[in-house]
Design a protein around this ligand. Structure first.
Ligand code: MN
Ligand code: MN
Length: 465
């Protein structure tokens, strides 16, 4: 029951479409490397496409009609978009969910120090990383510094051709005998992921002259003091653009493709959806990589509150109607899947594994050790999805995350399922997942977008009661 390679089915025209979508995607992931940068860009594009802020709807007591488009930006790190459908919201929504945070090194609140006339910034890694992958490569610093007076300074250094880059040093192989004998998980310590940021002493300064010079540069460039690190969110990410990968340019190498390879096609399909029967939703959340916690993570009440606001503006709100709208919804909870890696075949079970180029991946369940922590999608829902995707010729495959006892992972699916929605894990297959540079297939990105659009325009709401 092998699934077909999408490239084999493409006409020259279709291949061209997939390549052209990949260009837009590469530009997006090259420019948006943090959740804040993603939300800022999505908000800009949504507004240009006619989406209005929910706050404006509430303040001006606007009445929403079918076809109207609204969005809400939650604290600059999460965004929810709605296109009002012809059916009442109580009948449920078609929801695309994905996350826009990615593994990285976060700069600590009190980070700056000097050691042997080198200035460094201390970090605390975010999400699951193989620490040894984050040394000896060019890194950029992205984020915001909020001063006591409330002004917000945006920082992005290391991406422009003439920007400096930063990095974490690694010991030379000649002196690495002790390090090389360690387990890979211990070869590089989390506490040693310090970013080297300077080496020139400030003239006339006796003590810690190099870090004094860095403080002077920060003051001159951004108008920030050392104390301002206390209220900053600075993320250290791989420096540089996403690139084509391979002679035939079929793949893309780039940072943060978990989960922007699902978030971007979801967003793009949301903009393309026209006059849906059921209300369309695109929900792009933060904090998935650390357990969906916090006000901007999936466990927050934000989404539920926004559905209530939208229903209210449609003149359809009641507590019961809200519960029904949530319970009658269908969700494609998108997160990346592990692509089969021929260098490590032992961790995969080939019949139930995702392959690059075979289309969007459905994981009936994720989790680990006997499906623990997963949302197990209903067979009825999967049957329905198969039928609408086959009708539109969308390439899809099904998979599990590796062999049964090999490990596993979680997504936001189980959190949405708490509302009693129909939820399935779906997404794009990724090679090198959580490494600084991740790989996806242009065909899979293109098929994901097709799948999302097909799903949003699906009018057969029967499956969701
Ligand atoms: Mn993910
Ligand atoms: Mn992840």
């Amino acid at each position: 029951m092998e699934r077909k390679n999408a490239w084999k089915d493409y006409s020259a025209e279709e291949k061209e479409k997939a390549f052209s979508f990949a260009e837009q995607y590469k530009e997006f992931i090259s420019n948006c490397k943090t959740e804040r940068e993603c939300v800022k860009e999505f908000e800009k594009r949504a507004k240009a496409a006619g989406y209005i802020p929910v706050e404006e709807v509430v303040k001006e007591r606007k009445k929403l009609q079918p076809g109207d488009k609204v969005f809400c930006n939650n604290m600059g790190k999460e965004i929810a978009m709605f296109q009002i459908g012809k059916r009442p919201l109580e009948d449920g929504m078609n929801i695309l969910g994905a996350h826009i945070d990615s593994p990285r090194l976060d700069i600590k609140q009190n980070p700056l120090y000097e050691d042997t006339e080198m200035a460094l910034l201390d970090t605390h890694y975010y999400g699951g990383i193989k620490k040894y992958q984050w040394v000896a490569l060019p890194l950029a610093i992205h984020g915001v510094v909020v001063k006591k007076d409330g002004t917000k300074v945006e920082v992005s250094v290391g991406e422009k051709e003439d920007d400096p880059v930063f990095g974490v040093s690694d010991i030379l192989i000649h002196l690495a005998q002790t390090q090389m004998a360690k387990k890979a998980s211990e070869a590089v310590n989390g506490e040693d992921l310090n970013i080297l940021v300077g080496s020139i002493p400030l003239e006339g300064e006796e003590k810690d002259a190099v870090s004094a010079n860095i403080k002077k540069i920060l003051e001159e460039t951004y108008g920030i003091q050392e104390e301002d690190f206390l209220s900053a969110e600075l993320e250290v990410v791989p420096a540089g653009k996403a690139r084509d990968y391979g002679f035939d340019r079929g793949l893309i190498m780039g940072y943060g493709q978990d989960d922007r390879s699902c978030a971007f096609p979801s967003f793009d399909a949301m903009l393309a959806a026209r006059d849906p029967e059921r209300t369309s939703v695109c929900l792009l959340v933060d904090k998935e990589e650390i357990g969906s916690v916090g006000a901007t993570g999936m466990t927050s009440r934000f989404f539920e509150n926004m559905v209530a606001e939208v229903m209210n503006a449609c003149g359809q709100y009641s507590e019961l109607a809200l519960r029904r709208a949530l319970a009658h919804s269908c969700v494609l909870s998108s997160d990346v899947s592990a692509a089969f890696d021929s260098n490590y075949p032992d961790v995969f079970e080939k019949k139930n594994t995702a392959f690059l180029g075979r289309g969007i991946v459905f994981n009936k369940f994720t989790g680990s050790r006997g499906k623990s922590g997963s949302n197990d999608a209903n067979a009825e829902y999967l049957g329905h999805l198969r039928s609408i995707l086959d009708a539109k010729g969308v390439h899809f495959q099904t998979a599990e995350l590796g062999k049964v006892d090999q490990g596993g992972g979680g997504t936001i699916a189980y959190i949405l399922a708490k509302y009693d929605m129909q939820v399935v894990d779906s997404g794009v297959a990724v090679l090198n997942m959580h490494a600084p540079w991740e790989i996806t297939s242009k065909a899979d990105l293109y098929e994901a977008r097709k799948c999302y659009l097909t799903f949003l325009e699906d009018a057969d709401y029967g499956i969701c009661r």
